[in-house]
Design a protein around this ligand. Structure first.
Ligand code: HEC
Length: 311
């Protein structure tokens, strides 16, 4: 944590505005491509592809591979028919686009933007141009979220899957399946920390919480019996709302132990990291009955959670 802070500010000094080139890869677990279908004029369903992979190269070439075999329609026999009949047992489809990486790299942590995307979808040998707006959010130095700003409509005719859909219709004895499907795409892109992410030129030093908020929320279960992150809600322990950055024992109306009340400590990432690892060692005779968190990663994630839960 402390290292991260240091690294962030040191990077600012080193870079002074130059955007470093870097590569990004698609985080398969958090990315998702969904499409909607309507059958019999009224029954709407959402299908998705569970496996996406790909990357954005240094010069901004997005290459996304959609595993057509991973189609999930929530009905096994239909998954099978989609794979064999509609997708003709072809393994994957590709989406390619040219991105403005300078813009991506300059986006400050926490900032969002909307960019135009002109992509090409290669499905079953047909090239389909796709134009859409993409909403981009910089989650951390090493993570970017990009989602379609609206739905994109794809015609089954131009996608070359019309014949397959016809056959599907007959097989499933349906009197109608729509020939235009709305599609949404969510991509989470990550970059490894070795290639320093470029900082925005004039941004103030970001207090970067490198930890994972979601993982930190899980760690917080260990604290929940005694602490809440809601403002003003004290339990056995004081509310931890906004704890990062404040003086120890600053919650009004909470009866702290003597040692805590007189501790000359500001809760920053450094002191919290030490305290949470071994509460009794950091501040002997304090009243928090908790042995400590053994894993540094747990503490890092927990701090990211406390920070985000206080906003
Ligand atoms: C068994 C109850 C209990 C558990 C579990 C517990 N705490 Fe505490 N915590 C307390 C009490 C009581 C205090 C006040 C200690 C004192 O006054 O000496 C405290 C104080 C603190 C403080 C100082 C707050 C301030 O206002 O100065 C922090 C920070 C803190 N706890 C974080 C945590 C975190 C994070 C966890 C989980 C990893 C945790 N605690 C787990 C009971 C608990």
């Amino acid at each position: 944590m402390v290292k991260t802070l240091f690294r962030t500010s040191a990077m600012l000094l080193l870079l002074s505005g130059s955007a470093l080139a870097q590569t990004w890869s698609v985080d398969s677990d958090s990315s998702r491509l969904s499409y909607g279908t309507i059958k019999k004029n009224s029954v709407g369903e959402v299908n998705s592809f569970e496996k996406l992979s790909g990357s954005v190269s240094e010069d901004g070439k997005l290459q996304l591979t959609i595993d057509l075999g991973s189609v999930e329609t929530n009905i096994d026999i239909r998954n099978e028919r989609m794979r064999q009949i509609v997708f003709q047992s072809i393994g994957s489809a590709d989406l390619t686009a040219q991105l403005d990486t300078a813009e991506l790299n300059q986006l400050a942590v926490g900032a969002t933007t909307v960019v135009d995307l002109e992509a090409t979808l290669n499905l079953l040998g047909t090239e389909i141009p796709v134009e859409t707006e993409v909403f981009v959010a910089r989650i951390s130095d090493s993570k970017v979220l990009a989602t379609t700003n609206d739905m994109v409509f794809l015609g089954t005719e131009e996608a070359g899957v019309n014949a397959g859909v016809d056959q599907l219709k007959t097989l499933a004895k349906l009197n109608g399946i729509t020939r235009t499907v709305p599609v949404t795409l969510r991509l989470v892109l990550t970059t490894d920390g070795n290639q320093a992410a470029a900082e925005p030129v004039a941004a103030p030093v970001q207090v970067a919480f490198a930890g994972d908020v979601k993982a930190g929320k899980k760690v917080f279960k260990k604290c929940k019996a005694c602490h809440s992150v809601k403002e003003g809600q004290n339990k056995v322990g004081p509310s931890l709302h906004g704890v990062i950055g404040r003086q120890a024992a600053a919650v009004e109306g909470f009866k702290y132990s003597k040692v805590m009340a007189s501790a000359d400590v500001t809760w920053d990432t450094e002191s919290l990291t030490e305290f949470l690892a071994k509460p009794k060692k950091f501040l002997p005779k304090n009243r928090m009955a908790f042995a400590g968190l053994k894993k540094p990663a747990d503490i890092e994630n927990l701090l990211a959670y406390l920070d985000s839960a206080s906003k």
